[in-house]
Design a binder for this molecule. Sequence first.
Ligand SMILES: [Zn+2]
Length: 403
Amino acid sequence: MVVRRITFASCQPYIIYPVRLFPDGNIPMKPAEFISENKEGMIKDLETLVNFETPSTDKNLLDRAADYLLKYVEKNLSCEAELIENATAGNNVSVRIGRGAVKKPLLILAHYDTVWSKGTLSRIPFSISDGIARGPGIFDMKGGLVQGLWALRSLEEYGRPNRPIEMLITSDEETGSNFSRELIETKARASEAALVLEPPQDGKVKTARKGIGEFSINVLGKAAHAGLEPWKGVNAIEEAARVILFLQSLNRIEKGTTINVCTVNGGTRTNVIADHTSLGVDFRVASEAEAKNVVKSVMSIKPNNPSIKLEISGGLNRPPMQKTYETARLLEVAKTIGAEFGTSIEDCTVGGGSDGNFCAAVGIPVLDGLGAVGNGAHAETEFVDLNQMPLRAAIFERLLEEL
Ligand SMILES: [Zn+2]
């Protein structure tokens, strides 16, 4: 056994890494070294990907990025790569390495769409200053996507994948994955575990996520002149106010249930009794049982005024992802690898959802938040710490080898 030292800028002091000798006495390059030596390549890829604007709802822009990603993996990996076309949303890309292995595959999930609309780059261009990179979608989650691609490159070149590994890169995560959900669930059912490259929370991986749902409520009344014949009107805003207070009363913070009316639109003019109001409602739950309670309570709301009509639609979109015994085992492996690299991997629970929720719901363990270290998801302050990218990519590569 030979001991070799590798450095990562963010990780002091040197780490000691045991390697086996080739029969001819040469020391093979380790995947972590390959990643460490290719930091500039990772940054270049990050810049290229950020410079593809990819709002979830712009199919033309998304498809251009998907074509680029397909070419990228075909060029840099000897993998089975596939463009999975979608008539409405952007195309998805699937990459598979480790063909021929008999074990069930590991599923890596990444998304290349962002919450940023076309033109954002002119306001927030890709930039680097003091090891911090900025740009739309860089933290959520193009940084993680780049780390995943380099982990695969190094794994294939220098590592030992002992099972097939499939990476699915999707186009509509930020709008609820309505068009990729079935694909994700199908791949998840055939996989051993899912590893999600969403950004970590303050560097921590995510082992539990709340379930997320939405309701859309239309309150329909009757318009009338507010001064001349107010008795002929049925005020939809008055009824909506009651409904709002009822919805807010469903909050159960101690159980992890939150429900919030986040948008209200209604009425036409100040001298017309409002004939309609529409409410947009977000809710989050820690368990399926709580989801059922919320859905039942909301769906059974009846108007106080019998002349009002209520139209209620929606429900749970992403089921809760709970920390299971199998998830804890994945975390333990990640912690051990982190320790090898001289860093500690912690976990946390978050209120936000991801495609990891869908994988957990089909019964496979999920480790989420394995992406780039940074902060400011969905905010203009979004950034990633470039010095941490090779380290996180190397940890991710080792995870792919160990699981
Ligand atoms: Zn994301």
